[in-house]
Design a protein around this ligand. Sequence first.
Ligand SMILES: *Cc1c(COP(=O)(O)O)cnc(C)c1O
Length: 408
Amino acid sequence: MHVENVSIASIAKDIPTPFYCYSYSAIKENYLAYKRTFSQQDTLICYAVKANANQAILKSLANLGAGADVVSEGEIRRALQAGIPANKIVFSGVAKTRDEIAYALVHNILQFNVESEPELALISEIASAQNKVAGISIRINPNVCANTHAKITTGKSENKFGIPIAKAQSVYQYAASLPGIKVQGVDVHIGSQLTDLEPYKQAFSKVAEFVAVLRSDGHNISIIDIGGGLGIDYHENETPPNKEEYAQIAQELLGHLGCKIIVEPGRSILGNAGILVSSVVYIKKGEARQFLIIDAGMNDLIRPSMYDAYHQIKPVEHTTNTSTFYDVVGPVCETGDTFTKQRELPTAQAGDLIAILSCGAYGSVMSSTYNTRLSAPEIMVKENQYSVIKSRPSYEEVIEQDIIPHWL
Ligand SMILES: *Cc1c(COP(=O)(O)O)cnc(C)c1O
C-alpha cells in the first residue's frame, strides 16, 4: 500500500506505529474540486479547521488560497500562523468568550457567525470599545433533518445551534440597532457527513426566502454562508454526494440573490486524504470471537466508539488469501475501544501492519493521551517524499506537564 509514491511499510520502518499519514495531493485535489465546482459564483472556501488543524495542512490550503472557518481563539491563531489572512476567516461556535471575540476583532476577521442575542450584545460591546464594527451573519436553524448521526446533526430545533427562522427576523432588527455590529449575511450549517443532498435543498430554500425577508426589512445582505457537512465515502463502493451537484444546488437556490457564497468544508477536504497506520500486537482467540488487537486505540481515533463510525480496514501488505472474522480492538482499557466487530478481513499475524482508512478528518484532532498513551505522530506525503508534520511527544514531556503541589 502506498500514499502517493511512498510505501507505507517504508515509513513504518522509520516511524513506530500508530501514526497518521496524509496525502498532500489528495488534500489539494479536494480543495481544488470545490474551487472548480463553485467557480460560477463569487465564492470563498473557508476550510473548517476543526477537521484537522495541523499547521502543515493549513499552510497547504493557505497556499492554494483557502480561507478558514474557526471555532476558537486557538484555531484563529493556527489559521493566522499558517498564513490564512484574517479577511478570509469566519468565526463560528455557540460559546465565543469575551477574550476570543476581542482577539478576533483585534485581527479584523471577515465575519462572526452569531448564534445568540447575548453573543450579539457582547460582540457589539467589545467592538465599540475597540472603535470597530464587527461584520456578522446570524446562524439560522432551519429545522431540517440532515439524516446523519444524531451527534453531528446541528440543524434541528432541539440542537443548541443557530436561531430559528421565525425568531431570527427580530434578532436581525436587534443586531442592526447595535452600534458595534454590521449585519452582512446569513449563515446556516445543518450537520456533518451528509450523504443526501435533499436536506441542503430544504435548508438553502429556506435561506433564500429569508434573505428576501431581510432585504425587505432594509438589511444589506451580501454574504450567504452555507456551512459545510458534505459527506464522504467511508464504505467501499459507496457513492457520496458529489461536489458538482452540491454546488449546483447552491447556484440554483441562492445564485439569483447575488451574494458572495461562503462554503465551510472540513471532512470532504481531509477525510479521505488520510489514514491511520497501526500494527497488530496480538491475535487473541476468545470463546466467541477472535480479536485483532492493534496498537492504535480509541484515544487515537474516537470516531468508531463515539459515532459508531465505519472505517475500512486494510492490510498494508497482502500476505494471505485466507480471511477471518475479527473484532478489531485497541489497547485502551474500555470495551468501547473497538474499531469494528465481526469484520471479515485477511487473516493476520502479530506484527502485521494495517491501515484504517478515511481518517484525515476528525481523527488526530480528536485524539487524547488517555491511558497515558503518546499522541500518534502525523506524516504528510507529497509525491516521493514524506515529512513528519507532528512529532510524537516523549513520555517525559507528557508526565512533566503534571505539577506536584509544594505542600505534598
Ligand atoms: C464542523 C463544521 C463545519 C465542517 O463540517 P464538515 O462536516 O467537516 O464539512 C463547517 N461549519 C461549521 C459551523 C461546523 O461546525
